[in-house]
Ligand binder design. Sequence first.
Ligand code: BEZ
Length: 181
Amino acid sequence: MHDGHPSTVTAAVWLFGYGSLIYKVDFEFLERRPAQLHGWARRFWQGSHDHRGTPDAPGRVATLVREPGAVCRGVAYRITPSVFTHLDHREKNGYVRMADTVEFDDGSRASCVVYVADPGNEAWLGPASDRSIAEHIAASRGPSGSNREYLLRLAQALRELDAHDPHVFDLERALLDRSRR
Ligand code: BEZ
């Protein structure tokens, strides 16, 4: 893309989304493609102080952790860099932008940017049993809505992408089983 000024050419970049970016698309994009990232696993190990919880009672949301051989299914958006101003604010709770390589369904690859919350960031919660994570999610709510809705919408979006993600689907089952008890 060109903003009309001869010295400023702003190239579009691919952004890989694996959490709320899959289903909450409140930003402009040029193209949207199902895609995957190799070597990363999606985990509900990050606290949410600002969306699905509060500073006193953080919710639990997805981040990526490095896992050799893992494949994380998601969606890639081709965006102009100006979109990062909005997303950096939206995802400011411990996430940083990282560079990686995304793989599309036709096998082609491209450089991408992905938001990751690393272990040790101020909102990090880390692993716990499925049951404990499901209890935590059931009890949490923040300015963006319930933590339950976040998990259920993500699980539904992943089914629509034909994603195989036992971590998310096991948590969904644990949450729904809990509601039936
Ligand atoms: C995502 O959906 O890719 C995402 C999740 C958490 C923070 C930023 C992005």
